[in-house]
Design a protein. Structure first.
Length: 506
């Protein structure tokens, strides 16, 4: 046999691309070529594969007088990384007749060490999704990636430690040496940052609970050292665990980016980029588009501390993703659309020195205006809640903390109940999971307002000069407050509480 076909995959978001690896071996002067638009890492597979095959007990391709051509199809798709080492090695061994097994309905992915061991790869979960959707029944990956790949149902996942382990498993004359991997039901990890660790700031804690219940964007502003960062980091303790669908979605993204560590991510991610981060680091990009921090925070929290210290173009790049929940990136070598459904939590000082309105403030008026103008009107309008975090009295700091140790747990239960109400409400709605996802038509259908609350909203909208976006976001926020109260209809107290978060007096 001089020809063989094996199947692999090129990782991508949300699902990988199935790649056909074909090997053709013929007599002639020795040559080993890989075609199909490979990058440098794929081209270097020739040396890795040759050494791995030799150290696994077979004749090295470099020790033969044969012309070897490995084709990765479709040829027009760019192939990246070392994930093709394993299928390339298997296709060669099949083509020269050193091994024999059925390649149909099986997909292989893995990087080979020179001794034939398998090393972990990026994007194993997206490959498992592509394999299942492509009609494959089995997928072989490095053992470090097996747990995440096993999140995908209706496909058998095998985690291997070496090339020989896979060959022994595929040999019908030998007992199977690999077992199908199943995901474990590990309990979610509690956040180390909890509400009860924060003294005072009851108004801000209430605002965080509302934001978590409806996944609303929130800005915390006030003097330095008042607990804004602690409040933001405690925000994730209020969020419920991810659903199975969301777990797969989030783990796929982090597996592709190489930040999952081979683990299944069952808690909402928390990303906190430094204020010196570039536009590309935040929203993604590059010659070949890659996801940025806002995509890595998908279904979780994007915390931007010292918000006005970010570059103006970086802040303004949040406009589209905060509105559309996706990031569209176009480059000369391709375009990608990455998911970006995040809850933005921003922390900022009222002025560069942080002591605006007190005798300690040393800022010039021009510096204050320049500082505040970093946050444009369109960005401010997309933030549902503006919450002032003031100084804490020293008498309260010296008192013993008598808050219940279960404050975060109780708040999370209330948030969970609100999420369950929204799940029932939006069961038949398209692309709407929480109140913050509602569009104008959804608001008409799902956010019923009584007459008094509507009059209060109209009056306040005129006085505060709310934009249509601000008007709708206020209704969505009031809908969340009503959910926390267990009310089917938005009433005046809910609307008035929502309106107090709209002014931007900072």
């Amino acid at each position: 046999m001089n020809f063989a076909r094996v199947f692999g995959a090129q990782s991508a978001i949300p699902s990988a691309h199935v790649i056909t690896i074909e090997a053709d071996v013929s007599r002639g002067l020795h040559a080993f070529a890989i075609v199909g638009l490979p990058d440098k890492a794929v081209e270097e597979a020739r040396d890795r594969v040759a050494s791995a095959i030799k150290n696994s007990g077979f004749t090295s391709p470099k020790a033969t007088n044969k012309k070897i051509v490995i084709s990765l199809a479709p040829a027009a798709l760019k192939k990246e990384g070392a994930v093709f080492d394993l299928p390339v090695a298997l296709s060669y061994l099949l083509a020269v007749g050193d091994v024999s097994f059925d390649t149909e309905k099986r997909l292989f992915a893995g990087e080979l060490g020179l001794d034939g061991t398998l090393r972990p790869i990026r994007g194993a979960l997206s490959m498992a999704l592509a394999a299942r959707d492509g009609g494959f029944t089995e997928i072989f990956v490095p053992k470090e990636n097996a747990i995440e790949a096993a999140l995908v149902k209706n496909i058998v996942v095998h985690g291997a430690g070496s090339l020989n382990e896979i060959l022994e498993h595929l040999d019908d004359e030998k007992e199977f040496s690999l077992a199908a991997v199943q995901t474990s039901a590990d309990e979610s990890t509690e956040s180390e940052n909890v509400l009860e660790a924060i003294r005072g700031q009851e108004h801000a804690k209430r605002a965080l609970e509302i934001a978590a219940a409806g996944r609303h964007n929130i800005a915390l502003f006030g003097p330095p050292g008042t607990g804004k960062t602690m409040l933001a980091r405690a925000f994730t303790s209020l969020l419920p665990d991810l659903s199975l669908e969301e777990t797969i979605e989030v783990t796929t993204i982090h597996s592709f980016a190489g930040t999952s560590g081979g683990k299944v991510l069952k808690r909402p991610p928390f990303r906190s980029p430094h204020h010196s981060s570039s536009h590309v680091a935040l929203v993604g990009g590059g010659a070949i588009p890659r996801p940025g921090e806002i995509t890595l925070a998908h279904r979780g929290v994007l915390f931007m501390d010292e918000f006005p210290e970010f570059a103006r173009d970086v802040i303004n790049s949040l406009r589209q993703p905060l509105e559309d929940r996706v990031v569209s990136i176009s480059r000369a070598r391709g375009s990608e659309t990455f998911p970006a459904n995040v809850t933005l939590v921003a922390a900022l000082n009222p002025c560069p020195c942080g002591h605006f309105g007190t005798a300690r403030c040393t800022c010039l008026q021009t510096a204050i205006e320049r500082y505040r103008k970093k946050i444009s009107g369109p960005i401010a309008d997309r933030i549902d809640m503006w919450v002032q975090v003031g100084d804490i009295p020293l008498t309260e700091m010296t008192q013993k903390n008598e808050r219940s140790s279960g404050e975060s747990v109780a708040a999370r239960k209330r948030v969970q109940k609100a999420h369950e109400i929204q799940n029932v409400r939006f069961k038949k709605a398209k692309n709407v999971l929480t109140n913050s996802d509602m569009g104008a038509k959804d608001i008409e259908s799902f956010a019923r307002i009584d007459a008094d609350a509507e009059r209060a909203l109209v009056d306040a909208a005129e006085k505060l000069q709310l934009s249509p976006r601000g008007y709708h976001r206020t209704i969505k926020l009031a809908r969340t407050i009503a959910d926390l109260s267990g009310e089917d209809q938005i009433k005046t107290p809910h609307m008035l509480e929502a309106l107090q978060y709209r002014p931007r007096d900072w």
